[in-house]
Design a protein around this ligand. Structure first.
Ligand code: 9MR
Length: 435
């Protein structure tokens, strides 16, 4: 159990990087590859579809991401007021922008995000299977304006054989999202999991670099006119525990083993070559709490920024509870703030809070939902919050072996299986409305 006082949360928000915590900054960037760990390909899923692309025309969609230099005035509704603390790290050294101003009222999460000043993207992971269910589709489109394909844009789904691409399942999701004025974040270009076997067993720097380049060029090229947010590299860092504790190090993936840590720089550079204006993100789990992994990823990303690597932001996945970390609002505020102080956007990119095993109690779950959403909401640099699914019954956690669910529901999301709003939904709405 971890308690989070609102006062502490706001003081973390008002405090620029390095002004309080003494326990971070370990940062052995470029740590040598370790021996243990997974590296194995994850579950297969999705894919299948046809090969032709049905390119829709360009369109901006709704709910544009907030610029980090928002001119919103602070004020009513519970936001923190103008901060004068000066950032010590990263580009510019400017003060944090004034707090986001909430809408006066809203009947959906999407509306609350769109009416906030600056707006906040409200996202959901969407599965191809879910889109066969009319209730799922109705709730997904009414409540969200930002989509991440849960599995359909991963390497194994898009490039099952070398140089042979399969776009059908991903196109279905992207086109459905766009027909509902939702933005899409491509997820994910370079990741050790859900790699096809041929890629996972590849060796040799030249071969791996060529394969990575071909994948990024083809995938970004196919979707170029339809989406401009990308998770470029996912989960490059490993610790002994899934909770982000113990021996943080670069994960020994096919990419790291062949190219070393420079594969991250390379992936972002290749992605930037494909799209000069796309938002390019690094994304990881268990960097939500104050832990060794969060410190290590901070130092890794800081190094990228200092080297001029074209990275635009960092996604904190926010899988709270088993098997991942437990973080309160103040922890999350601290981590969001230090990444933002590098001159980056930040996102909550895959939020769910697992109740299995009662590791997180029902009350804690409600507090976490409110306080974590609030931690992002008050920061204009936090441009989106994505929930990892719509309804409890479809959560990945229910069948994930280390999530302690053993087939029962993780009760981790905002809607029950009749698509009714849960109390978790109400707490999220409260935070989005500054309550
Ligand atoms: O939700 C996804 C699940 O259906 C897949 O089986 C799993 C395989 O790795 O991936 C899940 O999504 C993951 C996401 O792509 C990256 N961060 C962790 C997510 C939960 O495991």
């Amino acid at each position: 159990m971890r308690t989070t006082s609102l006062t502490f949360l706001f003081s973390a928000f008002l405090c620029a990087a390095g002004c309080s915590d003494g326990g971070d900054g370990a940062g052995e960037t470029g740590g040598a590859g370790a021996t243990s760990g997974s590296g194995g390909a994850g579950a297969t899923s999705g894919s299948g579809g046809a090969t032709t692309g049905t390119s829709a025309t360009t369109g901006s969609g709704s709910g544009g991401a907030a610029a980090s230099t928002s001119s919103a005035t602070s004020g009513s509704g519970g936001g923190a007021t103008t901060s004068t603390s000066s950032a010590t790290s990263g580009s510019g050294g400017s003060s944090p922008a004034p707090a986001r101003v909430p809408a006066a009222s809203a009947s959906t999460l999407r509306e609350a995000g769109e009416k906030a000043n600056p707006p906040l993207l409200i996202g959901a992971a969407i599965s191809g299977g879910g889109l066969n269910d009319n209730n799922y589709k109705r709730v997904a489109a009414a409540e969200h304006n930002y989509v991440t394909a849960e599995n359909e844009m991963k390497w194994d789904a898009l490039e099952p054989n070398p140089g042979q691409f399969s776009w059908g399942a991903a196109d279905n999701i992207v086109n459905w999202a766009r027909s509902n004025n939702m933005k899409v974040k491509g997820h994910t270009l370079v990741w050790h999991s859900q790699l096809p076997g041929w890629m996972n067993s590849m060796t040799g720097a030249t071969q791996v670099e060529q394969a990575m380049r071909r994948h990024i060029e083809n995938v970004m090229g196919h979707f170029k006119d339809r989406l401009n947010h990308w998770d470029v590299v996912n989960e490059a860092v490993l610790t002994d525990s899934d909770t982000g504790v113990g021996n943080p190090r670069m994960r020994p993936t096919v990419f790291f083993n062949a190219l070393g840590e420079r594969y991250l720089d390379l992936a972002f550079q290749i992605a930037r070559e494909q799209d000069p204006t796309a938002k390019l993100y690094y994304n990881d789990y268990s960097i939500d709490a104050r832990n060794e992994k969060a410190d290590f990823v901070y130092e890794m990303v800081k190094g990228m920024v200092e080297r001029g690597v074209p990275i635009d932001g960092v996604g904190l996945q926010m899988h709270i509870g088993p098997p991942n970390n437990e973080a309160g609002g103040a922890d999350v505020a601290y981590n969001l703030r230090r990444f933002a102080d590098l001159g980056l956007e930040v996102l909550i990119s895959e939020m769910d809070i697992n109740r299995c095993g009662d590791v997180v109690t029902a009350d804690e779950q409600l507090t976490y939902y409110h306080d974590i959403v609030e931690a992002c909401f008050v920061m204009p640099e936090c441009v989106g919050i994505t929930f990892w699914g719509i309804n409890d019954g479809r959560s990945w956690l229910n069948s994930w072996s280390t999530a302690r669910c053993n087939g029962r529901s993780s009760e981790s999301l905002l809607f029950n299986d009749q698509y009714q709003k849960k109390e978790t939904y109400n707490r999220v709405m409260d935070a989005l409305l500054g309550r």
